[in-house]
Design a binder for this molecule. Sequence first.
Ligand code: FUB
Length: 440
Amino acid sequence: MRRESIPADCSKTTSMNPVITSIFTADPSAHVWEDGRVYIYASHDVDPARGCDLMDRYHVFSSSDMVNWRDEGEILSSDEVNWGRPEGGFMWAPDCAYKNGTYYFYYPHPSGSDWNDTWKIGVATSGKPASGFTDQGYIPGLGGFAMIDPAVFVDEDNRAYMYYGGGGRCEGGELNKDMMSIKGSMKEMKGLEDFHEAAWVFKRNGVYYLTYADNLEGNNRMRYATSEHPLGPWTHRGIFLEPCGCSTTHGSVAEFKGRWYLFYHNQEISGEGTLRSVCIDELHFDEDGSIRTVVQTREGVNPIGEAPAPNPRMKVYGAADCVVGGGAAVEARQEGRSVITSLHGAGACCRFERVDGAAGGRAEIRITYATTARLAKLRLNVNGSDYSLVNAPSTGGDDEFDGCTGLTVRLLQGAVNSIVWSGGYGDISIACMTVIPLED
Ligand code: FUB
């Protein structure tokens, strides 16, 4: 295998917005766990979109510095939910909580074909934050018409609370110690003004904050209310996120290394309300605890904490390692580099054989690319499994190989894996492919 000289480096100086560009993601729920990393549990808008019904799986993303984000891969799909809607789909805004060594992943999903009347709140558990989740069923007694968007807040005394709702009604209740049932019953959260959906609760300086999306026609905003108690009553405090240019708005708030952040989504990359992308901007408070209006930026946020160290197990595969087909070509560029080009035609592809999957299991697969197309895409197939379309936003020049995109997939043990990138979705050239084995 020949190593290419083009660096397979995805590092950024600010997070940029949207921050997740490789696939379409929405409804981010952010948490900082004991390993010191920040995690985003997001919905996945499946491309091409057809309303929000094809959203059938979840990915997790994590970072050590708020700027460089790693796709941790898919953690749950509707195929794995045996109590779920027979037709699948409708895996909407999720959340995750940690208690006593277990991660609890909460997600809204209908149990019947009449989807909006049969919502339930499913729970999947794992001993790890971003892999190994197994569905455990749904929380008894919760759900029904429009009751979506679960959010769980674990207080300093280790008591946990669930909030959820849609269609104008927000409910909250305490979770039992098992984290999978409600103590008593849920009650309506009083004092919220113009509640639509997307409840989220956090605590700062002893004050509980409940944030949510309002009902502004076609362009929801985010409002918040505060309370001295986790289940209210709440005092409405106002709007802190103006419209993001997307018909839905959904956000979460987290503190990371002493700074506060809002995680939300917009439709900047696609221009379509059902192909959304997660963004991050800083959140600031006034002296009296009021949240200042969030400034939505293109640059995103600055690095904080440690940048990711190069992974010693990373392997880089160049144009010489790939077999092209369907009109794709290998071309020599400046400094004697060879790159894979002409991937715009339907059927054009490049195939990397004998890719090393190390011990097998999860691995990040990234490509370093250049494109002048506003939004090129490539379809990724690994060992015969079709993963999805992977986005490759413009780098501004067909010789500007500073684009980086990819997914986390599952590889087999050893140098036996076949990875195919197929084109037909915009002109794009690939300089190299990087494979980084992850802990399983
Ligand atoms: O992503 C599907 C739905 O759109 C979410 O559950 C809502 O909060 C809205 O963002």
